[in-house]
Design a protein around this ligand. Structure first.
Ligand code: ATP
Ligand code: MG
Length: 219
């Protein structure tokens, strides 16, 4: 069951069957496969895939999630933005979800997938506390977190990244020590698709010429 997810339907369509192996994405692909096959043995060992926009990070982690869901595991897939807004919403008078419910779901799920980690420009003290609660809580419960992030390799290694979550880097190091982190070097697939579509639209005669050719041959 993929709970607490706002884009359930699209995520369910992202599988390994419709994922193309692309140059630079090999390590991330292998890692997700391994994390699914060895889900029990890996215990709280999670993974982080970072890299440029559109290169398949969400697709890969969702493909892994779908396999685990089919095996009966509970998986929560959330973008950082959605998670924070859901938690923030609970503070409103008219809320229908309680803070404790969401927090409990994030700690209890067999797998938590945190999509777009560190996508927030700046974390409020409250948000920093939420991240720590989840990271710390899942570590204590011995459960993994999978993350995707737009961090560049340089940003990943920059100590300032660790201190974005708290001034001592507590959250960051707790998280990283329990993860296999890898850089997905594949290019932006959205750009590839857009360029192909544009080519088709601007050179429609390619298809027509072939039709014409075959007509000539048949006469
Ligand atoms: N290797 C691939 N094979 C098939 N489809 C792919 C592949 N890589 C990406 N896509 C498709 O391209 C689109 C963008 O991929 P995805 O959402 O996984 O990117 P992302 O790395 O998570 O991007 P962002 O960093 O912006 O969140 C999706 O529709 C996804 O299904
Ligand atoms: Mg994504």
């Amino acid at each position: 069951m993929m709970k607490l997810s706002s884009t359930n339907r699209e995520l369910r369509t992202m599988t390994f069957e419709n994922y193309m192996q692309r140059e630079g994405g090999e390590k991330a692909y292998e890692e997700v496969q391994d994390a699914v096959k060895g889900f029990e043995e890996r215990e709280n060992l999670g993974l982080m895939i970072f890299g440029e926009t559109g290169n398949g990070k969400t697709h890969l982690t969702a493909a892994g999630a779908n396999l685990l869901i089919d095996q009966g595991y509970s998986v929560i897939f959330l973008t950082e933005k959605d998670l924070f807004s859901r938690l923030r919403e609970t503070k409103r008078f008219s809320n229908h979800e309680s803070f404790t419910d969401i927090m409990k779901a994030c700690l209890d799920a067999d797998l938590l997938i945190w999509d777009d980690f560190l996508s927030s420009q700046k974390f409020s003290p409250e948000e920093k506390d939420w991240v720590f609660q989840i990271v710390n809580g899942r570590e204590r419960a011995n459960r993994p977190i999978w993350m995707t992030s737009n961090l560049s390799p340089k940003e990943f290694e920059d100590p300032r990244t660790a201190y974005r979550l708290d001034e001592k880097g507590r959250t960051w190091w707790r998280l990283i020590v329990n993860m296999n982190c890898m850089y997905n070097r594949a290019t932006n697939y959205r750009a590839v698709m857009a360029m192909e579509r544009m080519k088709e639209m601007n050179h429609p005669q390619n298809g027509k010429e072939n039709e014409h050719d075959s007509n000539e041959l048949s006469t």
